[in-house]
Design a protein around this ligand. Structure first.
Ligand SMILES: [Zn+2]
Length: 461
């Protein structure tokens, strides 16, 4: 995954965004691409608002339920505005609760980690419990007892993972239900209808997703163009734009020209937020960074940018520098079920015999319930205990999930704090130094190159 990379953009650091602004910034595109130094803490205020609009397929305006506030130093309090499902600070990592349940955590425990926004999956909830149950219970917040924000994937990503069962036409995606083998059709209208029934605060358009590693350029182009057409159908079908925020999804594989065309088309539709889709499909990280950088360079400053399916700490830290704001991935929770703990110094597998008699906490200084000493209100668990339970006891997976989710959300809190204090480059240097024990020769070249492209030398002392 880690490949060589040269600088692909030569920009001068631009500090313009670090000035305080509490209203939506001008749509005017800055002449320089958004760089590392332009990132600053912002909050997604998900609420009833007509401050931004979505342009429908016939040119009609639709209201939006999201405001985007850029936070500079001294305006921290704005990140805590009282809102229906809570203000969301950016950049953010969103844990994935695919089936309206975060595997390994109760919602109380998830709330305790400070999580303000997590994911549900439309495709899975549409199959079970199904739209009728969702409508009768009054949506997914009520179904799962989660009073904070929800984002739902459209189901498009499942096309990649279930492609053997699915066929894509202009109408939608036909597939066989994994529950009963019945043929099903997911159209943009159906996806939005389901997400309207789910009631998620952020909903995603149905997009035509092709693996970035696909060699079929014509199909990638078709998928990009179809995703734009499907966005129009989604905008048209969306019943509650005043309370649910529809995000478009930029497609185009690894072809930067296609990505640019897609950005231009979708920016015109003026959706409340914008996602960069189709990545994290096994492409090399240099290509990944080029796509993110190309897209963020073309997207308006006043919209959250969500890079879908990204979850390794290094990828997130670099993507934030490239101008991305939102991330999600099953990795931190899935890997916990295999005994992997995410630490500041990298990832360790607690099933390894070397931890059998290691009586130190999972991570020294971690404030999660597992690591926090008993005299400070935590469980004070040791690596030795975790080693003992991870292999065979379900509680091991639960505890480690708690630590890993806490780690990711704490990492994002530190990222935000560093941006707020205008010291993100120093944060990134410290972050990489800890992972590679200060050995710069081990730093991944893709990261060094991507950061160089936004005016930061990772190898500098
Ligand atoms: Zn911990």
């Amino acid at each position: 995954m880690q490949t060589k990379q040269t600088a692909y953009r030569d920009t001068v650091p631009d500090r313009i965004a670090n000035t305080a602004s509490v209203t939506i910034p001008s749509m005017q595109r800055q002449s320089l691409a958004r760089s590392l130094f332009k990132n600053t803490r912002v909050a997604l205020n998900i609420q009833s608002s007509k401050m931004t609009t979505t342009i429908g397929p016939n040119g009609q305006s639709k209201p939006s339920a999201l405001t985007f506030e850029r936070h500079a130093k001294c305006s921290l309090a704005r990140a805590h505005s009282p809102l229906p499902h809570g203000s969301v600070p950016l950049p953010i990592f969103m844990p994935v609760a695919t089936q309206a349940s975060l595997k390994g955590l109760t919602y109380d425990q998830l709330r305790d980690t400070g999580c303000m926004l997590c994911l549900n999956n439309t495709y899975h909830l549409g199959l079970k419990p199904g739209q009728e149950v969702l409508d009768s219970v009054g949506g997914a917040h009520k179904l799962q007892g989660w009073d904070r924000n929800l984002l739902t994937d459209s189901g498009g990503f499942q096309m990649v993972s279930l492609l053997k069962l699915a066929t894509v036409t202009e109408e939608g995606v036909r597939f066989l239900s994994p529950h009963d083998g019945e043929p099903m059709l997911l159209t943009p209208e159906h996806s939005i209808g389901l997400q309207n029934s789910i009631g998620s605060d952020i909903i995603m358009q149905l997009d035509d997703v092709i693996a970035t590693t696909s060699p079929d350029h014509a199909r990638i182009k078709e998928a990009m163009e179809r995703s734009v057409r499907w966005l129009d159908r989604c905008i048209d079908a969306h019943k509650y734009p005043e309370r649910q925020n529809l995000f478009c999804i930029i497609q185009g594989g690894l072809d930067l020209e296609l990505r640019k065309q897609c950005c231009e088309e979708m920016v015109v539709r003026d959706t409340p937020g914008i996602a960069i889709g189709g990545l994290s499909g096994g492409e090399d990280k240099q290509e990944f960074c080029k796509v993110v950088d190309t897209c963020t360079g073309l997207l308006p400053e006043n919209k959250p940018r969500y890079v879908m399916g990204v979850g390794y700490p290094e990828d997130i830290v670099v993507a934030v520098a490239l101008g991305a704001d939102m991330f999600d991935c099953v990795w931190p929770t899935r890997t916990a079920r295999f005994g992997q703990a995410i630490l500041t110094s990298g990832t360790i597998n607690l099933r390894h015999k070397s931890f059998e008699a290691d009586f130190s906490p999972i991570e020294e200084g971690c404030t999660c319930t597992c690591c926090l000493p008993a005299d400070k209100g935590g469980l004070g668990l040791t690596k030795a205990y975790m080693h003992h339970v991870t292999a065979k006891e379900t509680v091991g997976a639960h505890l480690l999930t708690m630590h890993n989710v806490h780690f990711m959300l704490t990492l994002m809190g530190r990222v935000r704090q560093a941006i707020l204090e205008d010291r993100y480059p120093a944060f990134i240097r410290e972050f990489f130094s800890k992972i590679y024990q200060g050995d710069k020769s081990k730093y991944p070249e893709w990261a060094v190159g991507a950061l160089k492209g936004v005016g930061m030398d990772l190898l500098e002392d």
